[in-house]
Design a protein around this ligand. Sequence first.
Ligand SMILES: [Zn+2]
Length: 250
Amino acid sequence: MKNSKNLKFIIVMGPPGSGKGTQAELLAEKFGLYHLETSEIIEQNLRNIKRGDFVRITGKKYFLIEEKKKRESGELMSPPLIAFWVKNKIEEITKEGKGIVTSGSPRTLFEARELTPSLKKLYGKANIKAIFLELNKKDVIWRNTHRKTCELMRHPILYLKETEKLTRCPFDGSKLLLRKDDTSGVIKIRLKAYREETLPVAEHLKKEGLKVIEINGFPPPAVVFKNILKAIKVDEAKVSSSSSLPWEAR
Ligand SMILES: [Zn+2]
């Protein structure tokens, strides 16, 4: 195993429509990180499952067919199972010598409590940063009810000045459709879930002594990205100056 103490672990969080996926992609490219998406991990683990398949975690069995049904009906899957899968994936990637950026994970306080000890051990406090993108309720609702997805690959396209007039997907050229599930009622429920279940994650990370950076998610993605990079740089300068011992000072 390569020394992972110089690798970065960046958590990008934000309400629906804040552009966290885009920022995570940009950070992955900039720092050569693996973009870890919980939904992808779940899909991998639920592929090709048979009746009776289960995962045992601290003595309890989690049957995968049941978990799959929960997911399909929109219910939350069992948090211990999600945390277990995510933790394993993080260890696997870190062993390959790669840092990680997540978008929207850890989603719940439960997941955060399960993950923080191993993150600290693998990466060291100073290399873990959490970016929380902020967007007010009005903008969340407006952006989400105007959000489009492409017909072919379901690429989500944020509604911004830059994308307002787009009729074709910039990635594959297929037609852009308004997303049917993005009605303001659904968005309000998702926003409430974000505030109640995900925002406490920020408090937990702070209590654990990890760096939590709040960034305005309203400007265009390129501006938000610049602000994130600036904040990370400022923080790293602080960490390296405070960690040098007095007799090392020049
Ligand atoms: Zn597309």
